[in-house]
Design a protein around this ligand. Structure first.
Ligand code: ADP
Length: 266
């Protein structure tokens, strides 16, 4: 059964339709990447999947249940979101922020127990942030803060994780470490991952399928080999690129070209 299903979604804020009649399914344990130019509707689509925004037409379901019928707290037990970097207004410590991930799972008295602290510790260990546990979130760099938000999502122990450009501020070591971690959880724990990313090569490396969005329409969806082609990229991004095969993985590899790109040009 599809874990996430979107059926004929149409959505607009105030003006024109931002998502136009969009349908797709995600299987349990799938790693789906969403790519597309700025303004194509990627973040909006994540908000619809998470139930933070409701489409004016069509519907989405989670595990076969229409999301309108699922309570906010219950959605948070199933779906965790790692947003783009956002400054925190209050000065929580790193551990307090990660502990917030446990909120949907707490009992009626809302107290955290030993197991919650163990899960939080593990999430901080996996994201390499234990050394900052007692520091204020506002004292961290953008990349460090992002790892805290990732740890908070892992502490939520979701079935589905939604990533919105979550690694954009990370250096390459932490970018790869993060995607490796998510891929392992995806393989071993059947965590379903839906990741918006600008990095087409990262999508090619890690995703089972990729959705290419353009102006609120699915231009195409399929394996990286089917979607990441010179023609599709030209049609959607209006940019010439070179697409060849990554010599290690065999997946498509995109090289950006500029009008001055020639061999030996520095
Ligand atoms: P992407 O993530 O692909 O960059 P978005 O989903 O953020 O695209 O935005 C899609 C379109 O919706 C854009 O034209 C954007 O300006 C518009 N939009 C996004 N958020 C809002 C909002 N809160 N109110 C009005 N328009 C918005």
């Amino acid at each position: 059964m599809a874990i996430v299903k979107a059926e004929s979604i149409r959505f607009r804020y105030d003006g024109d339709w931002v998502l136009k009649n969009l349908s797709f399914e995600t299987r349990e344990g799938e790693f789906l990447g969403i790519i597309g130019p700025n303004g194509s509707g990627k973040t909006t689509l994540l908000k619809i999947i998470d139930g933070m925004s409701m489409p004016q037409r069509g519907f989405t379901s989670i595990n076969g249940i229409n999301i309108r019928k699922i309570k906010r707290y219950d959605i948070a037990k199933i779906i965790a979101v790692v947003p783009q970097d956002s400054p925190m207004i209050f000065s929580f410590t790193v551990q307090e922020v990660v502990l917030m991930g446990r909120a949907p799972h707490l009992g009626r008295l809302r107290f955290e127990g030993k197991t919650d602290f163990e899960i939080v510790h593990k999430a901080m260990e996996m994201t390499d942030i234990l050394p900052f546990a007692a520091r204020s979130i506002n004292e961290l760099s953008g990349g460090e803060r992002q790892r805290v938000l990732i740890a908070r999502a892992l502490a939520q122990q979701p079935q589905i994780i939604l990533l919105d450009e979550s690694t954009a501020f990370l250096d390459i070591k932490h970018q790869i470490a993060f995607f490796d971690l998510i891929k392992n959880l995806n393989k071993e724990k059947e965590l379903t991952v839906i990741a918006v990313t600008h990095d087409i090569n990262l999508a090619s490396l890690f995703c089972d399928r990729v959705m290419l969005l353009n102006e609120g329409i699915i231009h195409c969806i399929g394996t990286p080999g089917e979607v990441i082609t010179k023609t599709n990229i030209k049609e959607v991004y209006e940019t010439d690129v070179l697409v060849d095969e990554n010599p290690v993985t065999g997946q498509p590899r995109v090289t950006l070209l500029s009008s001055t790109s020639t061999k030996g040009n520095k």
